[in-house]
Design a protein around this ligand. Structure first.
Ligand code: GLA
Length: 383
């Protein structure tokens, strides 16, 4: 992003210079659909960011313009919110949620531009939320911690957008570090940095281009299935709070207490937590072979047991895994479209791109987006 040009755009629009903030998208290396089960995830913040140029106003209005979507929103903070959709719901939701917790936040003019592909499963929404949250609180007088901003953004998504998401995306956007993956304990909210300075390997993203409209309702349905499973399992052991607390042997011992698909949903979550912890260790010790195997096993589990993959994602993953030099591949994020990722030896990255592109084009008659990402820093103000 050319920040000088971005600042000039703002000044031309609003007549004064802005402060500039940004937050990154994320790729989850492993540990999907575990965060809302109090489990573990291992995301990196990526080197594609959403930028917000901001300047304080004297009234109680947020005037927001999206450069990419060529769209505008005016939010009157003292009025009752009316229902919003798309990017406006994220901006209004996070603004109102942050202001409810920090009344020093003033009205503001905001200009938004993003390098994170929208709706591709790389958390363009959390990047937007966190960049707006950081901008607004920085304009205000009362500081809020990065953790409180992440929790506010998650709450905004629940209340204003209607997706009952976990906390992974917001934590990745807030706390990302260059050359580090973040092992998230989504119960305690403890974050352990895991070295991810891959010198001889590359993380490659394959964007299927599929943007599933029902992703949010299907996502909420999965979450409900997990909650129903917990409610049933509690009849046998009252101290179970989430699937995090359940061992697979307990589900087996429970006989047919859990009917399908609940049993398979639980098998995914329980095994994914184990894989994620093992993967964090493998990454720390530089064992990319084991890490890749765990990634591919995670994909099979998301595909067969959790049923959140798609034919396009499976096509990318299969073509990637069949490429010599690839350690492993999987869908990343919520699923139902979006992106797959592969961990590949740097020398084989071009070959991987050719293979995946060819397989995808033969099957679907169009090209996927293919690009590499690096572990990058979380939200910040640009000086
Ligand atoms: C979406 C949600 C996250 C997480 C992932 C799946 O990205 O926003 O909270 O649940 O799906 O791991």
């Amino acid at each position: 992003m050319d920040l000088g040009h971005f600042a000039q755009l703002f000044t031309a629009e609003y007549g004064r210079p802005p402060r500039i903030f940004s937050a990154p998208g994320r790729v989850n290396l492993i540990g999907d659909h575990t965060d809302y089960n109090d489990g573990f995830a291992l995301p990196i913040a990526i080197d594609r960011r959403t930028y917000v140029a901001a300047s304080e106003r004297t009234d109680r209005v947020l005037s927001v313009r999206s450069v990419d979507l060529d769209d505008r929103a005016t939010i009157e903070l003292d009025r009752v919110p009316s229902p919003q959709h798309g990017w406006r719901a994220y901006v209004e939701g996070v603004a109102r949620t942050v202001i409810a917790r920090n009344p020093t936040v003033p009205g503001a003019d905001l200009l938004v531009a993003s390098e994170v592909p929208i709706g591709a499963g790389l958390s363009s929404s959390a990047a937007l939320e966190m960049a707006v949250a950081l901008a607004l609180t920085s304009l205000g007088a009362g500081a809020m911690s990065a953790m409180d901003l992440a929790l506010a953004a998650q709450a905004a998504e629940h209340t204003f957008v209607g997706t009952r998401c976990g906390i992974m995306d917001q934590l990745a956007a807030a706390f990302g570090r260059s050359d580090r993956a973040l092992l998230l304990d989504c119960r305690s909210l403890a974050i352990t940095e895991v070295p991810c300075a891959l010198s001889e390997a590359v993380i490659v993203v394959c964007d299927t281009g599929v943007r599933h409209e029902l992703a949010s309702s299907a996502y909420n349905e999965r979450r409900r299935e997990c909650e129903s499973s917990v409610a049933l399992l509690r009849s046998r052991r009252a101290d179970i709070r989430a699937l995090r607390d359940v061992a697979w042997s307990e589900i087996e011992a429970a006989g047919n207490l859990l009917a399908e698909p609940l049993r398979r949903r639980c098998r995914h979550v329980i095994s994914e937590n184990e894989r994620t912890l093992a993967a964090a260790e493998a990454l720390s010790s530089g064992d990319l072979v084991l890490f890749g195997e765990l990634m591919s096993a995670s994909h099979r589990s998301l595909q067969a047991d959790y049923e959140v993959s798609s034919i396009e994602l499976d096509c990318c993953v299969e073509a990637a895994i069949a490429t010599p030099g690839v350690y492993g591949a999987r869908m990343t994020g919520g699923g139902f479209g979006g992106c797959a990722i592969a961990l590949v030896a740097a020398t084989a990255a071009d070959r991987l791109a050719v293979h995946v592109d060819r397989a995808f084009f033969e099957r679907f008659g169009r090209h996927p987006g293919i690009f590499s990402v690096r572990a990058s820093e979380g939200m910040k103000e640009h000086s």
